[in-house]
Design a protein around this ligand. Structure first.
Ligand SMILES: [Zn+2]
Length: 409
């Protein structure tokens, strides 16, 4: 086996943008704003990234962090994707880039306090000390006030990056002190083009994946590349179509939990291996080389981070399945209302058309609501099986549902 070359072939090809931005399909305005800021001597110290789920707000924050820490000399090329700083930010192991994501419904005030204490330190190796806070909308008012103090009196080399669905989701006092970066859901076509041009994927497959993922770049890439992922998604979207009796609903909930657990495990496997490769490369080691004792703590730190992430991955995958189900029922609704919109599940058009004929649009709207309710309950740490069973009973055909008590909280 030959040692991997230090720079992958696709990064040597000339590209218009620094590689760090390459995943932000259809976000030209944000990329221009951020790459200009990264090229400046003193970027603003607080940023608010907003955009609907799947628009890539935390990816944008990470790309920006990469560009800020990048070691290349030419400011226009920051975010080169291959220097030590870029690789470690991408691998999640850069000592001066902390990403805070909460497992809980809201951030605990202590989590925010710990972060602020860390923010007082000077960067250890990077140019900036960067804090990325995912789901900044999940802060209690008390936690927000603690954070506000830190943002009002920023240590000299600290940069905050907060992510939230919309500017209205964070308190105005925070919002007014941040530069805002608005992301939007990219067009299906922009995502498909990215997969063809950057990943060399087949155009038809890329288009299917872009549609099915509802323009979520990471998910689209995964669907296009991994057949197992495609078949697990197929089984998720077919589940509601198979619910004919109460026992089916219970079985469906169980199967949904199992499929998403498999998907989370398989997805973590690929990502973990990739991070390990990136880390080894950044340490100057070949993939199959023994890690010297003095470098082992780097590997250990990565492994710990990966373990902590697994729990969250199961939750996120389940959430993704909820988005897939919402997309499915939106397709059904589009067919019932006779709009000529392109379907998320265009490949299931015939099947969905016959399903659509068997129910009313009102019933479909109720089912979309049931999926949203389940999604909210899952985020609130209700046991998955419980939340999903309640949802699945709303998929029962009308004649069965109507014999049941009307209320399933
Ligand atoms: Zn770089």
């Amino acid at each position: 086996m030959t040692a991997p070359s230090p720079v992958p072939a696709d990064q040597t090809a000339p590209v218009a943008l620094a590689p760090a931005w390459a995943d932000l399909a259809g976000q030209q305005a944000a990329v221009e704003q951020l790459s200009r800021a990264a090229a400046a001597d003193r970027p603003t110290h607080a940023w608010l990234f907003t955009g609907p789920p799947g628009s890539g707000r935390s990816n944008a924050a990470r790309a920006f962090a990469q560009a800020l820490q990048c070691e290349v000399e030419d400011p226009e090329r920051r975010g080169c994707g291959s220097c030590h700083a870029c690789l470690t930010v991408a691998a999640g192991t850069h000592a001066d880039v902390k990403v805070l994501a909460t497992e809980n419904v809201t951030y605990k005030i202590d989590e925010v306090r710990d972060l602020i204490a860390l923010a007082q330190d000077r960067p250890t190796s990077g140019r900036w000390r960067i804090f990325i806070m995912e789901d900044a909308d999940r802060m209690t008012e008390r936690a927000t006030n603690v954070l506000l103090k830190a943002i009002e009196e920023p240590p000299e080399r600290t940069v905050w990056m907060l992510c939230a669905p919309s500017p209205a989701d964070v308190l105005v006092t925070i919002r007014s002190r941040c530069r805002q970066v608005g992301l939007r859901i990219p067009a299906v076509r922009a995502v498909a083009d990215l997969l063809v041009e950057r990943d060399g994927l087949d155009p038809d497959l890329a288009l299917f994946a872009a549609r099915a993922s509802q323009s979520h770049v990471g998910m689209a890439r995964r669907l296009a590349r991994d057949e197992g992922s495609r078949s697990r998604r197929e089984s998720v979207v077919h589940l509601p179509l198979r619910v004919k009796a109460t026992s089916d609903a219970v079985a469906m909930a169980k199967e949904l939990v199992e499929v998403t657990q498999q998907e989370a495990a398989s997805s973590a496997e690929v990502r973990n291996a990739e991070e390990r490769r990136n880390l080894l490369r950044s340490l100057g080691l070949a993939e199959d080389e023994k890690v010297p004792a003095k470098l082992r703590h780097h590997v250990k730190r990565l492994e710990d981070a990966q373990t902590a992430r697994n729990k969250r991955a199961v939750h996120d995958t389940l959430d993704r399945a909820m988005i897939d189900l919402t997309g499915l029922f939106r397709d059904v609704l589009a067919l019932q209302l006779g709009t000529d919109a392109e379907l998320v599940n265009e490949h299931l058009r015939d099947e969905l058309a016959s399903y659509a004929r068997a129910a009313s649009p009102e019933r479909t709207v109720e089912r979309i609501d049931a999926v949203s309710t389940a999604r909210r309950r899952l985020a609130g740490n209700v046991p998955p099986l419980l939340a999903l069973e309640a949802m699945a009973t709303s998929f029962l055909p009308d004649r069965i549902l109507d014999r049941r008590p009307p209320d399933h909280p």
